[in-house]
Design a protein around this ligand. Structure first.
Ligand SMILES: NC(=O)N[C@@H](CC(=O)O)C(=O)O
Ligand SMILES: [Zn+2]
Ligand SMILES: [Zn+2]
Length: 436
């Protein structure tokens, strides 16, 4: 099948200021086939044509840290609902975390997720497998078999691996299989009984706080273990200045460390939390101080942090309505990520559009060695069209995710994805919804 995307805007990489250039794009048999000058009129006989006037043509966005909740927590999200939400957010490749029930710690569970994604999903799904059985930190999973079944890396996301020897063994084994270890960095002994970060907010409310060291201690430990084992070590959801310093140091001495950051840790600090009762402001890691936020932004800008991920973490309304200490950590992310970052960093002039796009497309592809995130001729046709002109309000009632847990309701944003193509198939469009 042939698709012509006509009159779209593309980022001209030759222009430092990411000037937009009008182009037509031909997709043929699932591949990027041809770019035509915007002033020409291509022959579209027999092709499906899509009018992209005024819309940005981007490579499909890649999200290397998400929670799809299936198997086991289908009341929070399913592979069907989660991948639809991803498509609506402009994502064409997503990597779900293994903290499901059962935990994705066997080849059978990995295959279950891959089969479900193939039959019910609408975007590419690249699952991680657990480092330890049931994510309990006691016994390593069968890395070789999990790799063989299609897992792309190992992580106990949701909890930190508390035992250093366990982590070192995991890294040595992963290195021998040329697989990355992806770490949720959290020392359990430092975080008990707290929902928010140690900062102005907990002081004001007289609450116990989660200190920055609880994250950075693991980051430092694991960078040393990565140096010792040679593994590719990837740090989950970086949120503190201290972690940033350690990652910068690790990179400077040649350790194979990469890192990710979430939109909420770039946009919100603990001082934005409106009250101590609304659990939509509770996530792990917690919102830190304004100083940490600025450190994370700068780290992303200089390349100390490599990529942006959402950590899309849907929970039910009942769970999030609980008293804050008993409510689960996490917020949804797919359907607000790009508009949030575009509006707050590109529209304001701090970042170029091409910088933001790289951190959500080609950089994740580079870090995880994926053949996606590019619009080069011959590449798989994963494409997202984005409306840069129209302002719209975040309305959780319109989300395709089952989760409504977001602190961004009511925010007025630009940069809404309007059409998503995966492997040459239109999987979502603004007017018609999901196409499968
Ligand atoms: N980020 C969160 O606040 N929650 C995640 C777990 C995690 O990413 O650590 C979840 O699974 O709900
Ligand atoms: Zn985590
Ligand atoms: Zn997570």
């Amino acid at each position: 099948m042939t698709i012509w995307i006509l009159n779209g805007l593309t980022v001209d990489d030759n222009e430092a200021n990411s000037g937009l250039v009008k182009k037509h794009l031909r997709i043929e048999d699932g591949k990027i086939a041809e770019w035509a000058d915007g002033e020409t009129t291509p022959d579209t006989t027999g092709a499906l044509t899509i009018d992209a006037s005024g819309k940005l043509i981007s490579a499909g966005l890649i999200d290397m840290h998400v929670h799809l909740r299936e198997p086991g927590f289908e009341y929070k999200e399913t592979i069907a609902s989660g991948t639809r939400s991803a498509a609506k957010g402009g994502f064409t490749t997503i990597a779900p975390m293994p903290n499901t029930r059962p935990v994705m710690d066997t080849p059978e569970t990995i295959k279950y997720v891959l089969d479900k994604a193939a039959t019910e999903g609408v975007v590419r799904v690249l699952p991680y497998a657990a480092i330890t059985k049931n994510e309990l930190g006691r016994e390593l999973t069968d890395f070789a078999a999990l790799k063989e079944s299609g897992a792309i890396g190992f992580t106990d996301d949701g909890v930190g691996v508390q035992n250093a020897q366990m982590m070192k063994n995991a890294m040595a084994l992963a290195a021998s299989l040329d697989m990355p270890v992806i770490a949720h960095c959290e020392d359990d002994t430092l975080v008990e009984g707290a929902a928010y970060s140690e900062g102005a907010f907990v002081k004001k409310h007289g609450l116990k706080g989660i200190p920055n060291e609880s994250e950075a201690i693991h980051v430092g430990r694991d960078i040393l273990l990565s140096e010792a084992t040679g593994v590719h070590y990837h740090v989950c959801h970086v949120s503190t200045e201290q972690s940033v310093r350690l990652i910068r140091l690790g990179k400077s001495v040649g350790v194979k460390v990469t890192a990710e950051v979430c939109p909420h840790h770039l946009l919100l600090s603990d001082e934005d939390i409106p009250n101590a009762t609304d659990a939509n402001w509770k996530m792990n890691p917690p919102l830190r101080t304004p100083r940490d936020v600025e450190a994370c932004i700068q780290a992303l800008e200089e390349g100390t942090i490599d990529i942006i991920v959402t950590d899309h973490a849907p929970h039910s309304e009942e769970e999030k309505a609980r008293e804050v200490l008993r409510a689960p950590f996490g917020i949804v992310g797919f359907e607000t990520a790009f508009p949030l970052l575009y509006t707050r960093f590109v529209k304001t002039g701090r970042w170029t559009l091409s910088f933001l796009l790289r951190r959500m497309t080609s950089d994740p592809a580079r870090v995880f060695r994926l053949p996606y995130g590019t619009l080069a001729v011959g590449a798989p046709a994963d494409v997202t069209l984005i409306d840069l002109e129209n302002e719209r309000e975040v309305d959780p009632a319109t989300f395709l995710t089952k989760g409504r847990n977001t602190p961004f309701a009511g925010w007025k944003l630009y940069g809404w994805p309007v059409l998503t193509i995966v492997d040459g198939q239109v999987v979502w469009m603004e007017e018609n919804g999901i196409n499968r």
